[in-house]
Design a protein around this ligand. Sequence first.
Ligand code: BTN
Length: 284
Amino acid sequence: MASPDDRLDPDLIKANLRTKRIGRKVLVYEQTASTNDVAAEYGRNPDNDGLVVFAEEQTAGRGRSGSKWLSRRGDSLLFSFVLTGGDLGGELLSLTCAVAVAEAIGQIGACPARIKWPNDIVVAGKKVAGILVESKVQRTLCRASSHGDPRRAATLAPPASAIHVVGIGINCHQTAEDFPPELRESAASLDLAGDARCHRATVARRVLTSLDHWLRVAERNSRQVTETWSRLSTQLGQRVTLSYNRRRFTGNCIGVDPEKGLILQLDRGGVRMFDAAHTSVVKE
Ligand code: BTN
């Protein structure tokens, strides 16, 4: 349960938030099914580019590959933001968000954070945050007017455009016992990893600021994103086994491509790239 001084309040999150895009509008729900769904609904209106939705509690939070994302009320930062304009493409967006969240978490307390591809954020080898990118092409609300002419209205079909929703879950106040036994070895929270109880609104501001910065960087210089990703990656230079389309691939991770994903030098010869949406890490 959130203590009064750790409540999530839109004004508190927005206080001193000097972002240009991410967090132009901030909403906080006491409870919702999934903040990704709420953000996607807002994303139907292009004016909501950069809008962020937080929830104290999710009743149907989801993670990658169809998994559930569970968190007790007030223990985490659970939020999603929507991008309705400027298309970075799924891979670069995913890498950029991972870099932004890792860098922000790394600035909090004594927690150097690293990235486990595609976008798990780990501190001392344990996952403290996860990122779920969901994209779809949809008809956005159309601002053009038909001037009352029904024949003209029929020809003004709303334009199709890609909207991206990025959902982020950051474990904040969990103790080891709060995680199910099968996750205790691999999951942690900011409080467990750092040396003090974190303040969620402060963490939120740092993460939004970092996302705003890195999304701008990505638009002009994707190389800066991939270089920073490489510096923060736990897997670069390591042997990993991936599952893609129900087939397994083992090899040495030699880098990441902003359009095609993780690059493996395969044990059986050849180099292959794997996109984040259809690939999961089986072993490393
Ligand atoms: C993962 O590591 O599998 C990704 C987890 C993403 C969880 C967040 S919590 C806020 C947002 N809403 C959701 O339903 N999921 C994301």
